[in-house]
Design a protein around this ligand. Sequence first.
Ligand code: FAD
Ligand code: NA7
Length: 667
Amino acid sequence: MGSSVRKGKVVRQTGGHPPAATASRRQQERNGNNTRRSAVTEDYYHTPQKTAETCCSESRIIYGSEKNSNATARDLEVTIQTLIDNNNVMIFSRSTCKRCSKVKDLFKSMNIPYCSLELDQTEDGQRLEVVLLELAMERSVPVVYARQTKVGGYERTVKVHREIGFLKLLEVNGQVEEPSYDYDLIVIGGGSGGLAASKEAAKLGKKVLVLDFVVPTPLGTRWGLGGTCVNVGCIPKKLMHQTALLGQAIKDAPKFGWQLDEKVNHSWDTMTEAVQNYIGSLNWGYRVSLRENNVTYENAYGEFVGPHKIKATNNKGVEKFYTAERFLIATGERPRYLGIPGDKEYCITSDDLFSLAYCPGKTLVVGASYVALECAGFLAGLGLDVTVMVRSILLRGFDQDMANQIGQHMEEHGVKFIRRYVPTKVEQIKEGYPGLLKVTAHSAENSEVIEGEYNTVLLAIGRDACTRKIGLEEVGVKINEKTGKIPVNDGEQTNVPYIYAIGDVLEGKMELTPVAIHAGRLLVRRLYGGSRIKCDYVNVPTTVFTPLEYGACGYSEEKAIEKFGEDNIEVYHSYFWPLEWTVPSRDNNKCYAKVICHIRDKDRIVGFHVLGPNAGEITQGFAAAIKCGITKEQLDSTIGIHPVCAEIFTTLSVTKRSGGDILQSGC
Ligand code: FAD
Ligand code: NA7
């Protein structure tokens, strides 16, 4: 389980002696000389533990990126030369060629690591082969290089093996070079996923480096270690949601006998200071825990500069270079901007909101997904004048029945909605904290134009994966060019086998903190702990912290219909009235419970949805039951807890299809 990396170049004595650092290397280690270390690790070798196939795919993908598919002959030459330069033994091969297989078997039998490129499985492989054969002056594959020198084809390789021996050929001063990296694992991004994975890897005895760097927002906001969730996501969001809930509780309190003699006011400054202080303690805690787990942390921006090699640039512009056997991309996402005049100059995003030095005042929230509605919800809950500008629908991707009920509830509680409009211009009318902004917006349906004045404009129109400026093209990691997201296999491995990705950068996965953490830990346990357990991205529960909270797990009604067919699903539903809401006469028939059952699969519950207080707390437990495959019958036979909101799920009897009455008037 121990670390397989040595600092810098390491050699193995011929004759199978254990690894030993060279004298100069040992000296470097004693001196802690980083500059020397990066110079030494200019050399790059594949690890001997890896199979030849792994090496082969690495090389293949180095070449086969989309960027190179229109490669010129010169590009192809560079690709070939890079592979030769970067590998102690490089075999150009075809997967179907028997002589190629024999050559690879020969190296395997000698336990000599090699890298092979399977030209028949490589994009542009045919063209590559033509250029290679010309360069090497050979007639066919295999073509073998050792220590950057051509050995030749099959016959010549066998001859060298018999007459000289490859161990001899690869020997330097009586020693055979072995691959060496600065780290076993370098994690780029110290957010939810990256921190969890790095600590887990270190616990399993690996040498780990985490790079975390926050590029400031256009308005200059930056924050500490921990990523989005801690600094500008889940944590401050939930605390501000709680602030709004307390405001509601204060309104309810007189009905329960509390005599609030003075007018109750809210202080934005006190709230943000308290929230930021708590975040500061978490930032500190993360640093301590990295240190305690022997994870090296650098506050530096990571960027691939070559195979197995990364550049780390700190905020003073100082660059360092590190190598690792494996890499984990966990760089997350950042808010998107509209690309209209005035957006970056005058608008804020969620990255700015939670530490805003002044109360935002009258606010326009642009966007209609959960970040937008949550922010709009708590700002309104603080008593601010809030408008949401919606391009199309609310909460795209979520159950629309639930989304519309959330919108209706927000509207009834003072949030204004401008539907089917998109902003086209933001101008400053008055400077200040907050100042005054004029927003021009166009109808998404016709040519109508509207204008409005707001103190603050909050953009929540989606987030872009941080993948376009981290040198992925240098190592051939493919991204979805449209979304910037990274496709991975079911083991979170990118198309470059030594590079993995987790969290919000992943294509087609839920962007949630526990997902990033879970995937990161499981990945590391598979890589270093002998585990085979993969992350199950199905039935991940989630909660939207709008004023009326929404918890969900499994399929939305629309998706269930699409997947199983309308006739094959049964939807059971009901409104409910939380006991706590009865005395203050709050919203009867706003809280709502719904389960979606797959009729042909024993009425298995495939969708769970709840609107009401503590929706997240409710959903968490039911998510475990859904993971275990709970059926409607089992749910019905579960005895409820009285008087709580969640008990409604044990008594759902009205199907949506029946149109039966679901209104509630008491407990
Ligand atoms: P992040 O946590 O984003 O971490 C990535 C880190 O990498 C960042 O620190 C970034 O600065 C750094 N980085 C980027 N590029 C580089 C580089 N080249 N070199 C070094 N460092 C780099 N999820 C929930 O589960 N529940 C919620 O209630 C919830 N609420 C949210 C509310 C908001 C407003 C937002 C924006 C998100 C919310 N999320 C929530 C989502 C959650 O925050 C993310 O899913 C989670 O943080 C993703 O973790 P990650 O490790 O992929 O990335
Ligand atoms: P989402 O889920 O990507 O939603 C973006 C929202 O913004 C959605 O309502 C979009 O409307 C709207 N949008 C997108 N572009 C525009 C423009 N140009 N003008 C107006 N409205 C626009 O983003 P979120 O920020 O809520 O959440 C992203 C992730 O962050 C989430 O998964 C969490 O992990 C955290 P549309 O429906 O496309 O018409």
